[in-house]
Design a protein around this ligand. Structure first.
Ligand SMILES: C[S@@+](CC[C@H](N)C(=O)[O-])C[C@H]1O[C@@H](n2cnc3c(N)ncnc32)[C@H](O)[C@@H]1O
Length: 263
């Protein structure tokens, strides 16, 4: 009898309470923690940067789960009239402003080999921790982690494979890819980041936030890793300008994209 009470009554109550507590912790983290992804998620709404989330290098899903929660949280918050009304005394003017805001429902893309880093070659050699196969996590383990965090898999487009094989114009057509609002580049190496940057050239727009997770790897050397990939890419695409936006932790740096008109 006592066991039945625990199973049918106390356990479900505990589950609901745990869910509520966790969702409160997540909300506080998004609202008060100045992570680049939290700032980006608000920025794309208040600046009207309509577009999708692209993540290159997702490993077990930690950064993706944070991004998904931050983007959805801000979408839900700004979908409510109350958020706009906070900035007005007049309800009528607030309604006018609210009606003008058209919120874009973000789609999500992740790209990973799900086999970890590729062979470390050429410019990427001689880093103390980057080595072939590091950060390997299977696609099914990644999916399992998303489900555990209440993310519906149908909301996430997962492109599996090494970038040299997957990042092609065909994949853009296949998924009918739109412009990007936020791009996370977390693939550690020059070779990987350069392929990614070439791929996103026609997906970026004014206001797209690009977060580089390993900007200061290779001892911050501007001629290595993600910094060199970006330098080379900008030289090849003179119309693109990156405006420094936010810094976080040991390695992260994010930028806002500005595109000059091509003459
Ligand atoms: C540091 S982990 C990403 C961590 C993740 N963003 C997080 O914060 O939880 C780097 C990821 O990049 C992926 N990666 C690096 N180079 C790649 C390439 N050329 N093709 C496909 N995946 C690559 C690896 O498989 C690995 O999962």
């Amino acid at each position: 009898m006592f066991k039945k009470i625990i199973k049918y009554f106390l356990l479900p109550i505990r589950k609901v309470i745990t869910k509520l507590v966790i969702s409160e912790i997540i909300t506080r983290d998004i609202e008060y923690n100045n992570l680049p992804i939290n700032m980006a998620a608000q920025y794309i709404i208040t600046e009207g940067v309509d577009g999708d989330y692209y993540e290159f290098g997702c490993f077990k899903g930690q950064s993706f789960i944070k991004a998904y929660n931050a983007i959805n949280h801000n979408y839900n918050k700004w979908s409510k009239f109350e958020r706009t009304y906070q900035a007005f005394s007049s309800k009528k003017l607030a309604y006018k402003a609210f009606e003008k805001m058209k919120l874009y429902k973000c789609r999500y893309y992740v790209f990973d080999s799900f086999k970890g880093l590729p062979a470390i070659e050429g410019k990427d050699e001689n880093h103390p921790i980057f080595s072939e196969g590091r950060y390997d996590c299977s696609k099914s383990d990644f999916e399992h982690n998303l489900k555990k965090n209440n993310i519906e898999l149908k909301d996430v487009n997962i492109v599996e494979g090494f970038y040299e094989d997957t990042l092609s114009p065909d994949i853009k057509k296949k998924y009918n890819m739109n412009k990007a609002s936020i791009i996370l580049i977390d693939c550690d190496l020059y070779n990987s980041a350069k392929i990614v940057l070439n791929f996103i050239t026609d997906l970026i727009q004014d206001g797209t936030i690009i977060i580089f997770d390993d900007w200061f790897a290779y001892k911050g050397n501007p001629n290595k890793g993600e910094q060199l990939a970006t330098k080379d890419w900008l030289l090849e695409n003179k119309h693109i300008q990156l405006i420094p936006f936010s810094r976080y932790g040991i390695y992260q740096q994010s930028f806002i994209v500005h595109k000059n008109e091509i003459k």
